[in-house]
Write a protein that binds this ligand. Structure first.
Ligand code: 5RP
Length: 223
């Protein structure tokens, strides 16, 4: 069973005619955006998307989903994937390195829905390293601050390019493993207070609803 496809398709039903939709990033979101494109074509609904990455921008363009910007419109609903989801719907995101714009878009939305397969549900965040987008000149002081916080940071390296991953915004991505994240609200603030960190991948207290695909069906959790 392709749980990412099931949940992506299910989430597309949440979008209403006339909505401005935040388009998250990742493989689960590819299914959501694809289904949204089908709905626009078949049901003739009028929506506009606000992409969170080049990935979602290019896919939206390919599928003839009109795109706009936060400067032009407020977002009615944002849908996005996650790398980990705890019981209070706090998230770790940024597996695709797009968490800075994802956070801006998801946070701005009137309603933010996270979608994932059940493997992303965890008791406590922290098995997945926390991604940080950082200014390239700040590696040494940022690593020093992260080590003082008990983390083991690494620079994310590219697979089809030599050297580090460069984000859509032209910055480095660092993955910082913490033993366990007991207080995601505080950690999110602490990480963003390190000079050189642009944004971190903890999304605390901002998810309104989760749609989770399980082997035995769809689960919807309202916060
Ligand atoms: C990208 C993200 C993704 O939403 C997250 O990594 C989940 O991806 P996938 O749906 O491919 O498992 O935060 O920056």
């Amino acid at each position: 069973m392709n749980l990412k496809k099931i949940v992506g398709f299910e989430a597309a039903k949440e979008v209403k005619d006339g909505d401005i939709v935040g388009l998250g990033t990742g493989s689960t979101m590819e299914y959501f955006i694809t289904k949204l494109g089908e709905r626009i074509e078949n049901e003739e609904i009028e929506i506009m998307g606000i992409p969170t990455s080049y990935q979602s921008f290019l896919l939206a363009k390919e599928l003839n989903i009109p795109v706009t910007t936060l400067d032009e419109y407020d977002i009615d609903i944002a849908i996005d994937g996650a790398d980990e989801i705890d019981k209070d719907l706090n998230l770790i995101k940024g597996g695709g390195g797009a968490h800075t714009l994802e956070k801006i878009v998801d946070y701005s939305a009137k309603v933010f829905i996270v979608i994932a397969d059940e493997n992303k549900l965890v008791k406590n965040l922290g098995n997945f390293p926390v991604p940080l987008e950082i200014i390239s000149e700040s590696v040494k002081p940022v690593f020093s601050a992260l080590r003082d916080m008990g983390s083991e940071p690494i620079i994310r390296m590219a697979k089809h390019k030599v050297g580090p991953v460069i984000s859509d915004n032209g910055n480095f991505i660092v993955d910082a493993k913490f033993p366990i994240v007991n207080n995601p609200v505080q950690l999110e603030k602490d990480l963003n207070s390190i000079p050189g960190v642009i944004e971190n991948g903890i999304f605390s207290q901002m998810t309104d609803k989760a749609i989770i695909a399980c082997e035995n069906g769809i689960k919807k959790i309202n916060f």
